[in-house]
Design a protein around this ligand. Sequence first.
Ligand SMILES: C[S@@+](CC[C@H](N)C(=O)[O-])C[C@H]1O[C@@H](n2cnc3c(N)ncnc32)[C@H](O)[C@@H]1O
Length: 247
Amino acid sequence: MKKYWKYFRKGKKLSEDKHFLSAQLGSSNELQKKGDRTEVLNLLLGLFDRPASYLEIGVRNLEDNFLKIESSIKLSVDPGLESDVNLADFKCTSDEFFDQFSKGELKEVPEKFDLIFIDGLHTAEQADKDIHNALKLISDDGFIVVHDCNPPSPYHAREEFSFQNSPAGVYWNGTTWKAFVKWRKNKDLYSCCVDTDWGVGVFSKRIPLGKPLALVNEFYEFKEFEKQKKDYLNLVSLEEFKKLIQR
Ligand SMILES: C[S@@+](CC[C@H](N)C(=O)[O-])C[C@H]1O[C@@H](n2cnc3c(N)ncnc32)[C@H](O)[C@@H]1O
């Protein structure tokens, strides 16, 4: 017993801890990548030869992304948990929005959306529900985009945002990656993840972005995911993505 206690007390300085350093490096690498979610979203909207409709789940500060979206028909949903003033069109959770939508209780909403951006609560369970519900509202040639699918370390992929005493600090991708990986197995969907801005996952029913995932990671272990991340996510560079959607 004494022996083990000695081992635990030994500890290491953070500057010597390879896990701490590699997670910090993960953040700085991610912040330096070319492009961002807005560029990916606008590229997709540019593919439509009709005025395309856009829905953003989780919008926070409009100027960060929503106002830069090039679409004349755009709507947003947010319960306002992270901003002083909630400027979302629908001030509620995504579950409440989808529920009201399905009951026909919402006025002045399109019948279908051409692009739905999921960036609300970053837990696997919520992202999974959001993808499931978004699929019911998306047009046949539309896209579902999911933010934060490529956490650079298990600390970025922690379950709790509020635990910030980790090498990832305030950066939080949560467990969204699990929902993205789960839906990548769906045989009716093509998907890829653009390697920018913490991973921008894209689903399409029409455009062959990538085949359904065949790999199995039954317990959604981060270590397993990390070993073959490129395959789990079908990770593509922004340049590769541009070629994929231009076919
Ligand atoms: C990461 S921010 C969104 C950032 C924004 N999409 C952008 O690109 O700049 C996450 C937002 O999701 C909202 N949110 C949290 N839980 C939610 C839920 N259940 N449904 C919808 N939005 C939620 C938060 O209030 C927060 O404003």
